[in-house]
Design a protein around this ligand. Structure first.
Ligand code: FES
Length: 121
């Protein structure tokens, strides 16, 4: 298998006056650069791919990112969150709950806990 996971990190740039804001002006490129470096440091470069994305339609939560095939959405990311996502989610298979986009249209409750451990089970 070429990659087990992809994380798409929004780097979209809008005019500073645009009321929607954008992840590009909140550090999206820095977050992606940290993912790339941190994945390489851990020998995961060929297993997990950190891709730049255009707008993911989650602008109000930016810096936004989505992990596939998990369908887990993160919001408000900073470079300081990257290592925790890699350790907990990518290596430990437990998404980082505090960083999930709270709107459950993005990440369903059933996907926010470790494998076989739904909330309250
Ligand atoms: S600008 Fe990043 S999700 Fe829209």
């Amino acid at each position: 298998m070429r990659y087990q996971r992809h994380i798409f990190i929004c780097e979209n740039m809008r005019d500073p006056e645009d009321p929607r804001g954008c992840c590009g002006r909140k550090g999206g490129a820095d977050v992606r650069a940290r993912f790339k470096a941190a994945l390489k440091e851990r020998g995961l470069k060929g297993t997990i791919r950190a891709n730049a994305a255009g707008c993911l339609d989650a602008c109000q939560y930016g810096v936004s990112a989505v992990v596939y095939p998990d369908c887990v959405w993160y919001g408000g990311l900073t470079v300081d969150d990257v290592d925790e996502i890699i350790e907990s989610h990518f290596i430990g298979d437990v998404p980082v709950e505090r960083l999930l986009i709270a709107d459950r249209r993005y990440t369903p409750d059933s996907l926010t806990f470790g494998p076989g451990e739904p909330d309250g089970a």
